[in-house]
Structure formats: C-alpha cells, structure tokens
Design a protein around this ligand. Structure first.
Ligand code: 6PG
Length: 235
C-alpha cells in the first residue's frame, strides 16, 4: 500500500481499529503489541482520540531499549506520552518490558514468564497475539532483531536480548512474532528504500535483512508512505 505520511497514519489507524474491534468481538479482549521508534507516534496520538473500551485492550511491546520508561529513548515512555497516559487506560493492562534488573537476560526471562502467565501457555508453546505493530530500520531490522546477530537464531524462547551498537535491548523472537494473528509493518522515509527493496526481493539473505524472517501465520500488512514505498512500484 503506497501512501503519503498522513495516509500512512490514516491507513494504519483504520486497520488497527478494525483489528481491535474484531479481536474484542471474537475473544472479548485484544492483545496489542506496540512498535518503538518514531514512525508509530502519530498513530498512537490518533488512538488517544478514539473512544474505545480501554479495559478490553492489553498493551505489550515488541522490543524495548534497556532504559527506564522515564528515559527519552524508552519505547514505553513514547507510547505513554502519546497515548496511554492521555486516556483512562487501566494500569494493569499495560505490560511494559522490565528493564530494572541491570541484567537484560534476567529481565527477558521475567517478561517471558509474564507473557506465559497472561496467555496460560507452558514452555515450548508460543502465545498468539491479536495484533503486532512493527517498524523497520534502514538496515532491514525489525523490533530489536538486527542483522547478523544471535537474536535471529533464538527459536525456543518468546523474548531474547538484542543489541544495537553495544546497547542491549529486549525483543520478541522471530517465532513469537510469526504466531501473530495480524502483523502490520509501518515504514516511512526514503532512507528505508534500499532495505525495502531487499526485503521484497527473492534473493536477499534474511540474516542480512531480518524483516524478511517475518512471515506470520496470520495477516501480514506493509503500510508504506510514498517516500518509502515508491521503490516497490516496479515489483
Ligand atoms: C526501536 C524499534 C525499531 C524501529 C525501527 C524503525 O526500538 O527502535 O522497535 O525496530 O521500529 O528502527 O524506527 P523509526 O520508526 O524511528 O524509523
């Protein structure tokens, strides 16, 4: 879907609202995984203007920088400021990734245990989230699954530790994302064109462009603004 930035938000908002309402209608609640970075912020601000049954939404994060929610780099902090703290959202429904143990692997295990308890799944099983929002970096990474990293090989856990420029991050694993009922990539900016071209090409190595690993059992949507998406018009 090639759209300008405004349409990117509009397209994403319409799709997200549809998926939220469908999950609530079918299962009584919606498990929504938020993306970090800058692209989704206008979407979160638009969601704050909606009149939804917030008590039926449960919010998770697909990855988190290893900083407290009050840190300017925090993905949770961005979503709280743009949306969650601006509406009457039940605190118990906001499942932020823990980053306080000063031990990323320990916090990854803690979040994994929290997810298993929330979904009632045991070791070896992967929970199914209703809706997973993702961004894509200009190197083709998604969540905190960076090219040529060990996190790409983790297939027996829900949460693992990623790393960017020596900085640890917590991230969903590829198999957990691929269990999603609906996965939506939101990608904006001309700087994303080269990675998009590789991700959509049949030849690129997913280890070099990890977004290629995302092949969910459910729906997969790519919402691209004009600046990013123009590179795919030849596909
Ligand atoms: C993060 C994100 C990351 C992000 C991409 C795109 O923690 O940074 O989860 O995967 O989605 O890097 O970021 P932008 O939206 O800022 O381009």
């Amino acid at each position: 879907m090639y759209q300008d930035k405004v349409a990117l938000v509009g397209g994403a908002l319409g799709l997200v609202l549809e998926q939220i309402k469908q999950a609530i209608a079918q299962r009584g609640q919606c498990s929504l995984v938020l993306a970090g970075g800058s692209t989704p912020k206008p979407l979160y601000e638009a969601l704050a203007q909606q009149d939804l049954p917030w008590e039926k939404l449960h919010i998770f994060w697909g990855d988190e920088r290893y900083v407290p929610p009050t840190h300017p780099d925090s993905n949770e902090g961005m979503a709280r400021e743009a949306w969650l703290d601006a509406v009457d959202f039940p605190a118990a429904n906001i499942h932020g990734m823990p980053t306080s143990a000063q031990d990323p692997q320990k916090d990854a295990s803690r979040y994994e245990a929290e997810l298993r308890e929330f979904f009632g799944v045991s070791a070896g099983e992967f929970p199914v989230f209703d809706l997973i929002l993702l961004g894509m970096g200009d190197d083709g990474h998604t969540a905190s699954l960076f090219p040529q990293t060990a996190a790409l090989e983790v297939c027996d856990r829900l949460i693992t530790v990623g790393e960017k420029s020596g900085q640890p991050r917590l991230t969903f694993t590829i198999p957990l994302i691929n269990q999603g009922r609906c996965v939506i990539f939101m990608v904006a900016g001309a700087n994303k064109q080269p990675a998009l071209q590789q991700v959509f090409a049949e030849t690129a190595d997913p280890v070099a462009y990890p977004s290629r690993f995302i092949q969910p059992q459910g729906e997969l949507w790519w919402l691209l603004d004009e600046a990013a998406g123009t590179v795919l018009k030849s596909f």
